[in-house]
Design a protein. Structure first.
Length: 291
C-alpha cells in the first residue's frame, strides 16, 4: 500500500518550525506522509521537525518553491547559484528528517513563459541541466533523490510533459534524478494521464494526487481509476501526496491563481481526500487471495 499524504500548504505559508506540529495533526486526519513546502529557509530546521514528529508514525517529503531568485536556468549565474544553494538546503533538510525525495519544478522559476528561439530554449535547458547535475551530486552523497515536476504551460515554458521531463533527466545523467507527476498538471498537458505514468515507469519517484481544479480528490473529472491502475501496473510504491491550497494563504493563492474558495477547509480536504485516494489505490490492486 502506497503511503498517502498531504502538504503543508493546505494550512500555512510559509512553513516554519512553529508549524512542525502539523505532523501530528496530519496523522490524526489519516495521513501517512506530510509534505513540507519550504519557502523561507531561515525559519525551518530539521531539529524542530524531528522533535515535533517524535512518537508520531509519519513520513515526510520536501517540496521546493522556486521563485525568480531561485532560478536554476537563469541567464545570470548569480541566480542559478541561489537556486542551487536553495536546493541544497532542501536536500539537507530531507536528509535530516528522513525524507526520501526533494520535489518540485526545480529546473526554472515558476511563472516564466517566454517566446524563445530554438537556440535560446536549448541554452535555458543547458543551464538547468548543469545546475541540477551539481545539485544531484550533492543530494546523492546524502542519500536523497530529486523529483523533477513538469508544470502546465501557464506556469512554465520549459518542461510541460513527462516526456520532456524524462529527456531532461536523461541529460542530467544521475540515477537519483527522476520525476514527480502531478495529476492537476497532467490533466492539462498530457494526451493520456495513464500513458504518461507508464512512460515514466521506474523513473517516477513521487506523485501529487490532485483534482483537476485542485479541489478534494474525487470531486472533479480526473480519471482516477485509470491513474491508480497505471501506478499499480508500473509497480509504483512511492508516496501519493495531495497538494492543494487555501485562499486564506494569500501569497500562495495568488501564485497559483486561486481566486475562489475550493470545496473544503484544510482539515476536511485532508480527511476526505486521504480516504478517497487510499480507497482508490486499494481498488486498483487485485485481491491476492484470488488466483
Amino acid at each position: 500500500m502506497n503511503p498517502i499524504g498531504v502538504c503543508t500548504w493546505l494550512w500555512v505559508s510559509p512553513f516554519t518550525d512553529e508549524d512542525a506540529t502539523l505532523a501530528g495533526h496530519a496523522k490524526e486526519l489519516g495521513a501517512d506522509v506530510l509534505e513540507l513546502c519550504i519557502e523561507d529557509t531561515s525559519r525551518v530546521t530539521g531539529d524542530a521537525v524531528r522533535a515535533a514528529a517524535e512518537g508520531v508514525d509519519i513520513a515526510f517529503s520536501v517540496c521546493g518553491a522556486f521563485g525568480p531568485e531561485r532560478d536554476l536556468s537563469h541567464e545570470d549565474p548569480r541566480y542559478r547559484r541561489l537556486g542551487i544553494d536553495y536546493l541544497e538546503f532542501l536536500v539537507d533538510l530531507a536528509a535530516a528528517i528522513g525524507a526520501p525525495n526533494v520535489v518540485g519544478p526545480m529546473y526554472s522559476a515558476v511563472g516564466k513563459a517566454r517566446m524563445l528561439t530554438a537556440d535560446e530554449r536549448e541554452q535555458q535547458r543547458v543551464w538547468a541541466i548543469e545546475s541540477l547535475r551539481e545539485a544531484a551530486e550533492y543530494a546523492g552523497e546524502r542519500g536523497v533523490r530529486l523529483a523533477v515536476e513538469p508544470l502546465n504551460r501557464f506556469e512554465t515554458d520549459l518542461v510541460n510533459t513527462a516526456e520532456q521531463a524524462l529527456e531532461l533527466c536523461d541529460r542530467i545523467g544521475r540515477d537519483n534524478v527522476g520525476l514527480l507527476l502531478d495529476t492537476f498538471h497532467m490533466n492539462i498537458e498530457e494526451k493520456s494521464v495513464a500513458g504518461a505514468i507508464r512512460l515514466a515507469g521506474d523513473r517516477l519517484f513521487h506523485v501529487h494526487s490532485c483534482e483537476n481544479d485542485r479541489g478534494t480528490p474525487g470531486t472533479g473529472h480526473v480519471a482516477w481509476p485509470e491513474v491508480f491502475r497505471a501506478l499499480h501496473d508500473i509497480g509504483y510504491e512511492g508516496q501519493l501526496v495531495m497538494e492543494s491550497f487555501t485562499p486564506a494563504v494569500q501569497e500562495i493563492a495568488k501564485a497559483v491563481s486561486m481566486w475562489r474558495p475550493l470545496d473544503a477547509t484544510g482539515d476536511e480536504f485532508a480527511r476526505k481526500g486521504l480516504g478517497f485516494v487510499r480507497a482508490g489505490v486499494r481498488a486498483a490492486a487485485p485481491d491476492p487471495a484470488v488466483s
